[in-house]
Design a protein around this ligand. Structure first.
Ligand SMILES: [Zn+2]
Length: 258
């Protein structure tokens, strides 16, 4: 009888040791994963048709995850306002209504990236790169000057039909200090007025079907070139399906791939 008690006790102790070993192992691997995430620095860019929710996702990543978002449009305006050398160059093209050359955009982005390269915050490039040449130059720039950073391309995937519907049904408040956005499927706006400031809602010119179709033609041609440039450079394109999802759901899925 004593022997049996001894055996049972030994088995029990053995199980306890095994369990504590397992939980240590699990804790350790969690720690390893957290450390890996902490040490990984990412520079994201999104491939996304107009209206797929790229801007909203970037804003959420900035406010909830403390990401830095670079908007090249804002950077253009800052350089011009501060009258920097780049700003003076930019102004020449913009005053003539010409496209800003890739080299100039790249040198501006390079200066900005170098100024933030020691930060631990993750980075999103919003609206950049726009062309295959910009994409190739960015990849070289990251390789040579920011080797600790991993460049990641995330494609927000949605069908042309779904996004067209979303845009055609969009109504916006024209009041500059309000700018609320609605969808015609919302019964609350049946009267056609803004729920916040009572202004009469309008459809943006950009959201009219004929204009949408033109915007898409330009966008998809550009996207094809960008995808080819990424593939040629061996960059993996990660897919995030945004079909039938709310901005919060899209944000949760984005967090899951970090
Ligand atoms: Zn309003």
């Amino acid at each position: 009888m004593q022997t049996i008690t001894k055996i049972v006790t030994n088995i029990f102790i053995f199980c306890l040791i095994l369990l504590s070993g397992c939980s240590n192992f699990i804790n350790n691997s969690k720690e390893v994963k957290n450390n890996m995430l902490k040490n990984k620095k990412f520079i994201f860019t999104f491939l996304s048709a107009p209206g797929a929710g790229k801007g909203t996702l970037a804003q959420q990543a900035a406010s909830k995850l403390n990401f830095i978002v670079l908007s090249t449009g804002d950077l253009f305006r800052q350089h011009i306002a501060n009258n920097t050398t780049i700003g003076q160059e930019l102004k020449k093209y913009m005053d003539k209504g010409e496209l800003v050359p890739d080299d100039l955009v790249i040198s501006m982005v390079k200066e900005w990236l170098l100024s933030v390269k020691d930060t631990d915050r993750q980075i999103i490039l919003d609206g950049f790169p726009r062309t295959d040449v910009q994409a190739q130059k960015l990849i070289t720039l990251i390789k040579n000057n920011l080797p600790e950073h991993n460049f990641r391309v995330v494609k927000l995937e949605i069908s042309k039909g779904e996004i067209t519907n979303r845009l055609v049904n969009r109504r916006v408040c024209p009041n500059k200090s309000c700018q609320a956005v609605y969808n015609t499927s919302m019964p609350e706006i049946a009267a056609g007025k803004c729920l916040k400031c009572s202004s009469v809602l309008i459809q943006r010119n950009d959201d009219k079907p004929e204009v949408i179709s033109q915007r898409f033609d330009v966008y998809y041609k550009n996207e094809d070139e960008l995808i080819k440039a990424y593939q040629d450079s061996g960059i993996n394109i990660e897919i995030l399906s945004v079909s039938q999802k709310t901005p919060d759901q899209i944000f949760e899925e984005f967090k899951a791939i970090l």
